[in-house]
Write a protein that binds this ligand. Sequence first.
Ligand code: FAD
Length: 497
Amino acid sequence: MPAQGRERCAADAPRTAVVGGGIAGLAAATALAERGVRVTLFEREAVLGGRLAGWPVELADGSTATMSRGFHAFFRQYYNLRGLLRRADPGLSELSPLPDYPLRHRSGTTDSFARVPRTPPWSALGFVALSPTFGWRDLAGMDPVAALPLLDVRVPDVYERYDEVSASDFLGSIRFPEAARHLAFEVFSRSFFADPRELSAAELLVMFHIYFLGSAEGLLFDVPREPFPQALWNPLERYLGGLGAEVRTGTAVRSLRPDADDTFLLDTDGPIERYDAVVLALDVRGLRTVVSASPHLCDTAWREKVERLRSAPPFVVSRLWLDRPVAADRAGFLGTSGFDGLDNVSVLDRWEGEAARWAGRTGGSVVELHGYAVDEGTDRLRMQERLLRQLHEVYPETREAELVDARHEWRADCPMFPVGGYLTRPAVRTPHPSLVMAGDIVRTDLPVALMERAATTGFLAANALLRRWGVRGHPLWTVPREGRSRTLRTLASLSRS
Ligand SMILES: Cc1cc2nc3c(=O)[nH]c(=O)nc-3n(C[C@H](O)[C@H](O)[C@H](O)COP(=O)(O)OP(=O)(O)OC[C@H]3O[C@@H](n4cnc5c(N)ncnc54)[C@H](O)[C@@H]3O)c2cc1C
């Protein structure tokens, strides 16, 4: 529950710097500005959005497109992220549903979530009943006792019990069938950009809880109707401006120095400025760089936590503008497994207005390929060619297509959630009362992940400061912290006894 308190800050409202203009920073800035705090948002890049930033590119045919790190699924369980977006788009009219989330394995089987019931436990049982990959025989082959924890994931207890185990060892221990492992579960772990041998089993179990047994929304999601800046960040930036917040893009914060009265001196390219409070909403590399340049910030234990954070291996997003359409029945998004490093294929012109207009004008199509957890040192050109060859396998009609243009984004800016990493991750509060943290790297005791963790910790960071100033915080929503089915909870308790 948010703290009780005044509705808004008084006239001499605290000056607060929010550092980082991704989802976490935008959530914190919005939540503070709505309560009358004087907010300045600093973003190193020229545009807002962080990992969901978009920027214009000119294509070989002379048209302009918006490039980005591409496809993101806005799941229906992302209550706080949706709450943030509603500030600028109350009806969420900029999001539209994709009818299904098919997952295809190289062996030829395809799983789908569209017809799976959404009420637990029928969601999990329905998946088994409808899945060609995971049948009743597979279910019978699993180790029932070892698998009990799946039935009632409790957050944060799950971290105490399973953070020291790798996702892949956990799946092995419950005898989770190999083919299904690649699909239903590996898809989750790869969405953390990690090899399941290195990912904490607790993170995987939290994902299972969020999508299967802890919520009724299932694995269905929405996507933006237009590129991220047009659909999401430009309207939110206008909303922030309307609240009096100042947005400084193209401005990297170099360092922070704690000063008298719990204030901070903030160093950018411009003159040093004083702030009453700071929200650090950075990616791993950005955070480590700022903290190492700020030797007086917090204590050794906290600094060591930041120092220990690691980024997940590189990933590539290849966007291809093809001279012909893909087959009419291709899904807007397809998760893939066993296709030599290809993790998913999106047909952007099925759901993004800008891509659809280009495809309509040219008779072509806009296809995006994602490859996660690429080995360091991999030859980039070869990897891009490999992904294209895999597209030819998955959608054979693309074999004859000419590339009108292609853009490849290679990055390594997603956090790693390694085995045993939970307790050493920094939390929202820091040893300094007016310095708080937000972002998908930040530890929280709530069942949230990825974009929703970024949004939720952004609001939590703002609430922590508001509470300090005696101002009312913002209510937050998550899926329940434990399984929704009493019967399954009782069964799972056997594994704890
Ligand atoms: C290809 C891809 C696909 C994804 N798909 C999904 C998905 O389907 N569903 C999902 O939920 N999540 C997905 N994610 C994860 C999601 O993008 C992140 O969880 C989320 O965007 C993190 O937001 P953030 O605000 O914590 O961090 P970021 O977005 O990284 O924001 C940090 C910001 O800090 C800025 N910064 C760094 N240093 C400084 C400095 N010194 N001064 C000022 N600014 C600085 C950076 O430029 C950046 O804008 C995906 C990620 C990628 C890359």
